[in-house]
Structure formats: structure tokens, C-alpha cells
Design a protein around this ligand. Structure first.
Ligand SMILES: NC(=O)c1ccc[n+]([C@@H]2O[C@H](COP(=O)([O-])OP(=O)(O)OC[C@H]3O[C@@H](n4cnc5c(N)ncnc54)[C@H](O)[C@@H]3O)[C@@H](O)[C@H]2O)c1
Length: 349
């Protein structure tokens, strides 16, 4: 038996997924292939996790055909998380998104053609749909990406599908809705707001704060991904499956819940100019995931958010290391909120 190759396993969802696998399937060998970009972080793992005999970390880039072919040589399953993932950064500069999300995925798919891999799980995203035209959003919802990140993820998602259709490869496409939870990189909305609240800084909401997303607790998402690796492949091959909760929450509500949970004044809420191409509404259909994976999200948003906040409070060293030492984090956040966002990103009230 070979190993499970996890691309992007040092990022937010990837590290939660690896941790879950070590806990639930300690006998399963894994190899993590990760370029450790600004978003990748080996601190996402404990010493104990890193020294587990079935945890094998390989530093490498998915755009490098040799590194990918080597990593795939002994694999029997692949789960492909690696990507540039921050919508705001893609508006600022789409180059790394085209290169990693599209080209990097194609390098993996080419290696898959020459491998004995039994199953390849491609991690896509709900961002491929754009704003909901009707809810709940099924897997047949039109693909209308609203940001360069989403456009590149559509490219990767449809490329993966085409390799299934053309070469009959064992590919399954999963579209998680917005994840939140421990180890999420501090530039993303929820951790950014938690950390600002903890540091008594303003929480800058885009537009009117009424945009909604379908928020999935990362533990639930990883459970669904585990099922996609374990279920009968004949049922899943070539399928696209949403992982969402079927419920939506707007940014204003999240902001209030964060400030209330931490015990900070609601006056820290600030409205700033809207992000260009902002998706207004997301809410997943959960029917296909229930039917094919027997999966449903278990965690109520308020409960998951509380667990996440408590994790950030208890893991101050982890996030201080990022916000105080990662130049890429600091430079981008300052440039984005002070210069790039229309209106200069200054609070409007
Ligand atoms: N976070 C979400 O809410 C969400 C929702 C739906 C789908 N997704 C998708 O899930 C996947 C993981 O998202 P995340 O939030 O954990 O991302 P992340 O930004 O936290 O992590 C991405 C990881 O990929 C690695 N990586 C980036 N470029 C690479 C390259 N060229 N070669 C090798 N490794 C590289 C990074 O070092 C990092 O470890 C992505 O494909 C993303 O599009 C995320």
C-alpha cells in the first residue's frame, strides 16, 4: 500500500486535515508536499505530530514537474489543497494565482496520468459560483467567478473535470464553502477580525456588512473530505460535491458575535469601501454531499466561532509569530487597507 499525498498540507485546511488523519487513521502513511509560501506554516503542527512515523514532509512546488512526479511515485491517493487562496491578494496581483492554481494543478494532473494513483481529490471552492442566483446553491449553479482567485479556481476545477472526461482518471471535485477554524491565516476575514478585536483595533467591514456566506467549521469539512477518500470510488468518480451547511450568516452578525464573545465594545465595528467584485450571497445545497458521502456539517456557526476564538486566545504565540515576523502579512495588509481598496480603506463610520 502506498501513501496519501497531501498538497498544501501546511496551510489552514490542509493542516487540519492532516491532524485529523493522524488522529483517526494513525496507520495511514502521508506525504505532505508544500512550497511553504507565506501562507504555509510548519508551526501548524505540534512536535509530536511532526515526529509521527507516518508524517512525511517534503518541501516542493506543485509547479515543478519533477518534484510532483517524485512525490506521486509512491502515492495511492492524492488530495490537492495547494493554492494561492486570498481573494484580496488576487485583486492586487493575479499572477501567482494563475501560476499555482491553474498551472500547478495541470502539472499534478499530468503526473496523475502517469501514475498508479487510485483516487485524486481536487479541492475546488464555492467561490467558483459567484453570487447566488438562487438558493440553496446546487452543484449545477452557473459558474460566474467574481475575482481573479475565483476565476483561477474555475480554471483548475474544470481542468480537473476535463482530465476525468478525456483520460477517464479517478478524479473527484469537492467544492467547500467558506471554512473557518484554528490555524486559519490571519489575513482571512474571521481570524483578522478576531485578532483585531483582541488587540482593540477596528474591524473593517466591506460595504454594508450584509454579504452572507455559508460558513463551515474546518473540522466538519475535513470529516467530509475523509469520507471522499473512503467511499466507493465508482459512486464518486467525475462528480462535483459541495461541502456546506445550508445556512448563511452575514458579516455584521459575525462581527457582533466576535466582539461579544471577546467582551469588546461594538463600536470597534467600522464600515469601509466594498471590495470590487464582492460576492453578495452564498448558501449551499447539502443534498448531494448527504447522498454520496453520507455527510452533514455538525457544528452550529456560533459554537464553531466560539471554539475558534478560544483557540486564538490560547495560541497567541502562533499568531504573534505571523503578524509580527511575516513581512508578507504586514506589507500586504497595510497596502490593501491603506492604499489599494477604493476610498483608501479608511473607516467610513
Ligand atoms: N479557506 C477556505 O475557506 C476555503 C474554502 C473553499 C476552498 N478552499 C480551498 O482549499 C484549499 C486550501 O485552502 P486554505 O485556506 O487552507 O489555504 P492556505 O492559503 O491556508 O494554504 C495553502 C497552502 O498551499 C501551499 N502552496 C501554495 N502555493 C504552492 C505551490 N506552488 N506549491 C506547493 N504548495 C503551495 C501554501 O504553502 C499553503 O501551505 C485551496 O485550494 C482553497 O482554494 C478554501
Amino acid at each position: 500500500m502506498g501513501y496519501l499525498l497531501v498538497t498544501g498540507g501546511a496551510g489552514f485546511i490542509g493542516s487540519n486535515f492532516v491532524r485529523r488523519m493522524l488522529r483517526e487513521h494513525p496507520e495511514r502513511k502521508m506525504m505532505i508536499l508544500d512550497a511553504l509560501t507565506y501562507a504555509g506554516n510548519l508551526d501548524n503542527f505540534s512536535e509530536e505530530e511532526r515526529s509521527h512515523p507516518n508524517f512525511d514532509f517534503r518541501h516542493g512546488d506543485i509547479r515543478d514537474p519533477k518534484a510532483v512526479a517524485d512525490a506521486m511515485k509512491g502515492a495511492d491517493q492524492v488530495i490537492h489543497f495547494a493554492a494561492e487562496t486570498h481573494v484580496d491578494r488576487s485583486i492586487d496581483n493575479a499572477d501567482p494565482f494563475v501560476s499555482t492554481d491553474v498551472k500547478g494543478t495541470q502539472v499534478l494532473l499530468e503526473a496523475l496520468r502517469r501514475s498508479d494513483v487510485e483516487r485524486f481529490i481536487h479541492i475546488s471552492t464555492s467561490e467558483v459560483y459567484g453570487t447566488a442566483e438562487s438558493v440553496p446553491m446546487t452543484e449545477d449553479h452557473p459558474l460566474k467567478p467574481m475575482s481573479p482567485y475565483a476565476g483561477c479556481k474555475v480554471g483548475a476545477d474544470r481542468l480537473a473535470y476535463s482530465y476525468y472526461a478525456t483520460y477517464d482518471l479517478p478524479i473527484v471535485i469537492i467544492r467547500p464553502f467558506n471554512n473557518y477554524g484554528p490555524n486559519q491565516f490571519p489575513e482571512k476575514l474571521i481570524p483578522f477580525f478576531i485578532l483585531n478585536a483582541l488587540q482593540d483595533k477596528p474591524l473593517p467591514m466591506y460595504g454594508d456588512g450584509k454579504n452572507t456566506r455559508d460558513w463551515v467549521f474546518v473540522e466538519d469539512c475535513c470529516e467530509g473530505l475523509g469520507r471522499a477518500l473512503a467511499q466507493d470510488l465508482a459512486k464518486l468518480k467525475g462528480e462535483v460535491i459541495n461541502l456546506g451547511t445550508g445556512k448563511e450568516t452575514n458579516v455584521l452578525t459575525i462581527t457582533d458575535q466576535i466582539l461579544t464573545h471577546i467582551g469588546k465594545p461594538l463600536e470597534l465595528k467600522k464600515f469601509v469601501a466594498d471590495r470590487p467584485g464582492h460576492v453578495k450571497r452564498h448558501c449551499a445545497s447539502t443534498a448531494k454531499a448527504q447522498k454520496l458521502l453520507g455527510w452533514r456539517a455538525k457544528t452550529e456557526f456560533k459554537v464553531g466561532l466560539g471554539k475558534m476564538i478560544d483557540w486564538y486566545v490560547e495560541n497567541e504565540r502562533w499568531w504573534r509569530n505571523i503578524i509580527e515576523t511575516k513581512r508578507e502579512y504586514h506589507e500586504f495588509t497595510v497596502r490593501w487597507y491603506e492604499e489599494t481598496l477604493p476610498g483608501g480603506g479608511r473607516p467610513r463610520g
